[in-house]
Structures are given as C-alpha cells and as structure tokens.
Design a protein around this ligand. Structure first.
Ligand code: GLC
Ligand code: CA
Length: 558
C-alpha cells in the first residue's frame, strides 16, 4: 500500500463554540483556537478538524450553513481563518474544515431563491414536491423527529429535509449543484487546508422515486437508517467529488459514514477510495435502537471490545479507519464505555490506551485528553441540542415521566460533549470572561488543563505519552502499519491485542474488571525493559503478568 502523509498523524477535533472565547461574548472563536496551537502541538496533533465556522443561523450549531464562503462573525473573520491555517502549518498541523453538503440552511441564498420558484433553476438544487391525493411523497422520519417534508409557507409546495426543517437537503442528482459544491471545496483547499471532515455524506443518495417503507413507530413513519438501505449508486457522486477536489490537492478526507453496505469498505477508504478514511462508528452504533434513545442499551466492555476487533479485522488490508471514543454528537467516552467502577483517572487511561493504539488515525475530541465527563441536566430547558429535545419528546410520548426522560437525555445528549473546555479552575473554567453560551460542567475545579499540566500522573500527560509512543520512529512500522491481532479474545473484561510489525511486535493488555488477573504472554522474553507505558506499577509473578484492577500495560516484544 502506498504511504501517505496523513497515515501516521494524530487528529484532534475542535468544537469552536466551546473551545476558547477571546472577546467575552461567551462564544468560543477562531482566535481562541490560534491561542492554543502550542498546547495542541505539545499533544502531538498533526491534523485539526474544526467543526463548522461558516455563516449559520445555528439551528443545528453551524451544521446549517447559510454561506459556504464566509466565516460567521461570532467565530471571527476570514483573516482569522487564514491566520489559523498559517499558524497551524508552522507547527506542522493541517486544518480540516467541516464539509456539510447533504444540506444547507433554509437561510442560504439558493434556498430562498428556490422557494420563490420551486420549479425554477434553484428549485432543482433541492427536493420539492406537492401532495398527491392528499399524501406526501414518502413517509420517512427526519433524524430530529417528524416527517422529512415541510411545507413552504403560503404555498402547496413541500421541501425535503433529512435533519432539522431548517436544513433542506441539497439535490445531488443535479450536476449543476455538484459543480457548485466542488468549486466551493477547491476554493477552500486553495487556501491551504489539509482537507475536510465530511458530514452526513451517506444521506446524499436517496432511493428515488420517493416511496413509503413500512412504518416502525406509531407515528406511521420509517427511520432513515432503514430507508438508506434501499439507496444505491452513491459511488458515482463520491468518486467524482474525489477526482475533482481531494485528489488534486493530495488532501486528507474523513467521511462521516454510518451505513456503508456489505463489502463497500474498500470503495470508501481503500487505496483508491472515495475518502482517505472513514470513522469507525461500530461501537457508537452498538445497542442503539431505531425506536429512540429510551430504547438504547449502552454497550458492555465486552461488546465494546468486540466492535473494535471486528472493525480492525474488516479494515485490515483495506485502509485506515479513524478511531474515536467520542465526538460532538456522542456522550463522553469515559462516561459511556467505562463500567461504573472504572470511572476514575486510572480507568480513563485504560480506555485511552485501548483505543489509541489500535490501527487507524486516532481522533481526540476536545477535553477527552483531560478525561472530561458527561454533564447532568435537571430539566430539558437547560439543554440546547435539537436532537435531545426531539428524543425527550419521544420519551414523554411513550409514557415516561419527565425525570425518567431526563435520565435518558443525560446519558445520550450531544450537549454532554459540547460544554465549554476546561482550561483552569477560575470562573467558567477559563473559557470565557463573559457568560458561557452553554453551562460549564461544575467538575471543572477538579478536571482542567492547569491542574493536569504539571502532574506527571494526569490523564493529559498519559495522552501525551501515548502520542509520543505513536510518533516514535522506532515504533512507527508497528503502531502505524502493523496489523492488529486480538489476544485472549474470549476472556471477559480483558481487552488485549498484539500489533504486529515487520521488525517488532507490541502487546496492549488491559483489565476492565475490579479484580486482579494474571496473564501469560508466551512471546515475552525481557521483562523489565519491555514496558512502554502503563497506568500502574508493572509486576510479574512466576512469568505471568499481573494485571491489577483497571490496569493497562503496553509492552514491546523482541
Ligand atoms: C452530522 C453532524 C451533526 C449534525 C448532522 C447534520 O451527524 O455531526 O452534528 O447534526 O450531521 O448536519
Ligand atoms: Ca467569542
């Protein structure tokens, strides 16, 4: 396989609204990102994904774009963005912007023109339809609840939206629309971006003509994940996009792809894939129900491990998944995947090492490197996230009490990861001198950068050590390119694997149980100098490695 510049990189996601405010308006901004580039460099970051900063009315926190060519004043200016790209480059960090092109905002010029004349040129940039015999063209449910069809006020036209009604879907079947998108992408790439993270891309291909599918709830609607199973031919669009944009600039592209079909992984991220990489979401999907959050079941440690190993096997010989434990759409990984008894620094380090040393491009979501945790909201009024509101309503609809519904929301809310970054223990965690747009997690007194900076045992310094190990030229062949081989796979509560390189093998062994485990590593010879990283003192007994509760050990073999 051809080597690429991005294969050995460590990536970091910034949710700019919550990272660092520099002008006291309570909203994080681009100058705030620039201010902390040294911090990111020290963490060994090579790729920096910035969630959307384009002009947006923020019906879905910037994922509803009203102008792809301008920075929203709440985040700064185009000069700030250009400076960010330049300053990052100096530190060997490539910037990824978020590419949201399944839909735009209903406040985008295209959509406004389209509504004036749904049968005109811009009408063809979207999906418009009228009822026939009193019936909408299909019974699909939008991701944020309710029908995908919304009436254009004062007309008998309806437009299609997979997400919020303020996010009308763009019509990718229209070649003129596609050319507009590629033009815009290249305009950005020319500014020196490293590439894009591509939002909700699997949704651009609809199974047309519109038709009903069997309803899966009493609302008579059908879930989009079911609908998408019937959509074929997305490759035509994605291959075209690759050839007309990414390939020209040798950029890194990572797709938010939830449901590629059986056998399609190679098309998406193989040698000549549509994207450089796609996220491995197998563990985030595990246990999720089409009925809604209330019917989800969070994965056990063994289910988590199974998902990771399954994906590693699937990707072997094909390419590099982007690995995550959280992002701006998920709860905090340490609050979600760790069993109750493991929710402390030691357990956080265990989870960190397990996912970080898998094969792929590890992504760290802001604050993950500190072990930031879920937030607790006591009422739905405190929550900003649109999907939380829809899911709360669904809980109430099926008969749960507000207290029960809030329990569900607290477990899954996207606001869990959207709370302001915790820099220090001063008011508002050093995020802003004003009033933060979303409440700071009260645990910032305990969990913050300043406190962890000089503490050798902190979660932050553990992440730094993992990052250093991954970037150490001595281990690159193994940790970047070596295959993953599960070890003790059947052992409950133990997650262990080998990374096999040409010259060297490494083993990662972790114990998620609150009891001591003894494991035998047949290939291990030199014991004392083989320890690369651990979150506890490493001991042996009669040739067996002692794994204390929640301990993880990384050893080099031979
Ligand atoms: C993606 C984004 C999410 C957004 C949705 C619609 O899933 O990550 O935040 O709500 O797309 O753009
Ligand atoms: Ca600001």
């Amino acid at each position: 396989m051809e080597k690429k510049w991005w294969q050995g990189k460590i990536a970091y996601q910034i949710y700019p609204k919550s990272f660092q405010d520099t002008n006291g308006d309570g909203i994080g901004d681009i100058p705030g990102v620039i201010q902390h580039l040294d911090y990111l460099q020290k963490l060994g970051i090579g790729i920096l994904w910035i969630s959307p900063v384009y002009i947006s009315p923020c019906a879905d926190q910037g994922y509803d774009i009203a102008d792809y060519y301008q920075i929203d004043p709440m985040f700064g200016t185009m000069e700030d963005m250009e400076l960010l790209i330049k300053e990052a480059e100096k530190r060997d960090i490539k910037i990824l912007m978020d590419l949201v092109v399944n839909h735009c905002s209903d406040e985008h010029e295209w959509f406004k023109k389209a509504c004036e004349n749904p049968e005109g040129e811009y009408g063809k940039y979207f999906y418009f339809a009228k009822k026939e015999n009193g019936k909408l063209p299909c019974n699909w449910r939008s991701y944020f609840g309710g029908s995908v069809w919304e009436q254009v006020p004062g007309t008998d036209w309806y437009y299609f939206h997979s997400f919020h009604k303020k996010q009308p879907d763009l019509n990718w079947e229209n070649p003129l629309l596609r050319e507009e998108i590629y033009k815009m992408m290249n305009w950005w790439l020319k500014k020196g971006l490293g590439g894009f993270r591509i939002d909700a891309i699997i949704n651009i291909k609809k199974p047309l003509p519109f038709q009903d599918y069997p309803a899966d709830r009493s609302d008579g609607l059908c879930d989009m994940s079911e609908v998408l199973k019937h959509a074929y031919g997305i490759g035509e669009f994605l291959g075209e996009m690759r050839d007309k944009t990414f390939r020209i600039y040798d950029s890194f592209s990572v797709g938010e792809v939830f449901n590629e079909k059986e056998g399609e992984l190679k098309d998406f991220m193989g040698e000549n894939g549509y994207f450089s990489s796609i996220f491995d979401f197998s563990q985030t999907i595990e246990g999720k129900s089409p009925k809604g959050w209330y019917a989800n079941e969070a994965p056990s440690v063994d289910a988590y491990k199974k998902c990771c190993f399954h994906s590693q096997k699937k990707a072997e010989g094909i390419g590099f998944y982007s690995t995550v434990i959280e992002n701006h759409d998920e709860p905090r990984g340490v609050s979600y995947y760790l069993p109750e008894a493991a929710r402390h620094d030691k357990g956080k380090k265990l989870l960190a090492a397990e996912y970080f040393l898998l094969k792929g491009i590890p992504f760290i979501y802001q604050g993950q490197e500190l072990g930031m945790e879920n937030m607790t909201y006591s009422s739905i009024e405190e929550v900003d996230d649109v999907s939380s509101k829809a899911e709360y309503a669904e809980c109430i609809r099926v008969g749960m009490s507000p207290e029960e519904a809030m329990k569900v929301v607290n477990q899954y809310s996207r606001d869990n990861t959207r709370t302001p970054f915790q820099w220090n223990s001063t008011e508002n965690a050093g995020f802003t001198t004003g009033i933060p747009w979303l409440r700071v997690n009260p645990n910032y007194i305990e969990i913050n950068v300043e406190k962890q900076e000089n503490d050798k045992e902190s979660v932050l310094n553990f992440y730094r050590a993992l990052s250093e190990l991954r970037r150490n030229p001595q281990f690159q062949d193994t940790l970047i390119y070596g295959r993953t081989e599960p070890f003790l796979e059947k052992e409950p509560g133990i997650m262990a694997y080998f990374r096999r390189g040409l010259l060297q093998d490494i083993v990662v062994a972790g114990n998620f149980l609150d009891e001591v485990k003894y494991i035998e590593i047949p290939e291990l010879e030199k014991k004392s100098d083989s320890v690369l990283i651990s979150n506890d003192y490493v001991e042996w007994k009669e040739g067996q490695l002692i794994l204390k509760p929640f301990q993880v050990v990384v050893l080099s073999l031979s």
